[in-house]
Design a protein around this ligand. Sequence first.
Ligand SMILES: Cc1cc2nc3c(=O)[nH]c(=O)nc-3n(C[C@H](O)[C@H](O)[C@H](O)COP(=O)(O)O)c2cc1C
Length: 394
Amino acid sequence: MIRYFTGGESHGKGLIAIIEGLPADLFIDPNVINSYLSKRQTGYGRGKRMSIEKDQVDILSGVRGGYTIGSPVTLYVENKDWQNWKDIMDTRHSVPKRVVTMPRPGHADLAGGIKYNHHDLRNVLERSSARETAVRTAVGAIAKLLLMNLSIELYNYVVSIGNVIINPDVLPSITLGNNYLKKLNKIAASDEYMMNMPDTVASKRAVRLIEDSKKKGNTLGGAFEIRATNVPVGLGSYSQWDRKLDGRLAGALMSIQAIKGVEIGDGVANSGRYGSEVHDEIFFSAKKGFYRKTNRAGGIEGGVTNGEEVIIRAYMKPISTLYTPLHSVDVLSKAPVHATVERSDICAVPAASVVGEAVTAIELTNAIMEKFGGDTIMELKRNYNSYISYITKY
Ligand SMILES: Cc1cc2nc3c(=O)[nH]c(=O)nc-3n(C[C@H](O)[C@H](O)[C@H](O)COP(=O)(O)O)c2cc1C
């Protein structure tokens, strides 16, 4: 199993992650991590903060000469904006001015203030902020590098922004061919598709919707999908509730700020269909082995991967900080007020989509390490390949 912790405040000096349990000899290319970090910063509708930050990873431990050495890997992502917040975020001296006392509905501000007895709600919002996802994305990039050693690849794309939904015909309904995956990769890399939507018409409409919301001081949410290809059958287990991979993936996705719904495969639509319209029938051929013609289960049955593509969809609520602020109550005076306005995104679904892929990669890596173990990449690959040759003979 790999374990990781993150630390750091939104406007503190920086963010840190410590990852434990990575096998030795995993090649770590910081450029891959950095390009993933910059992808998290993209998308139309982001706030000014993203133009200040140029997220780059600094690897502080656990890697020598480009390869992991089996000890904890420590990652650091600097907050460039800290320069503007040095006084307010000083770890030694308290600066009483600019205290935040007007909690924002939809944020942890009020509940967190009551829980930890803070009357300066900055003590809550600094850590509850989604800035933390920058360093989680860096952890996910390392997980992706590990999975690539086993030819497991992940993709993410935005399905909807507000009421603008991509045309479902752009998504292959049954299986994804490699060409389509390559196309998706290209889409993600292209400026033209800045909303990370595999549908240019919907993408342009989404941009217009965001512009309109911005003018009105309003915000938007949406949905995104993660696909993992070449995932072997047998990750996770049905034998205990906390080993079920669907539960673990849903937990990981739901832990991302503002994610309020997660489904595996056609989970939500399936709930309104007949069983005969839902379950993926089983076939066998000497060439393919066991296979399905449909994948409405999204690659997981009984908490165990079934060898099909893993498909997860996550739903993000609209950003909670509104430039036309909502009603709130001052925590000191108890007077009715309008909520604090912290510099904010209007829509961050494309960014959340990248974070979603990152946490999925971490959870899949966990399931891989749990099943195949190995203190080195060589050992992991040997165990993995021997299992793959076993399943082809089953
Ligand atoms: C990538 C990303 C960026 C976000 N940016 C903002 C933002 O700029 N302003 C804001 O109010 N909320 C933003 N959020 C959402 C809040 O962090 C989140 O709604 C809040 O912490 C409350 O947590 P909850 O929605 O999970 O209950 C963002 C979320 C993500 C995933």
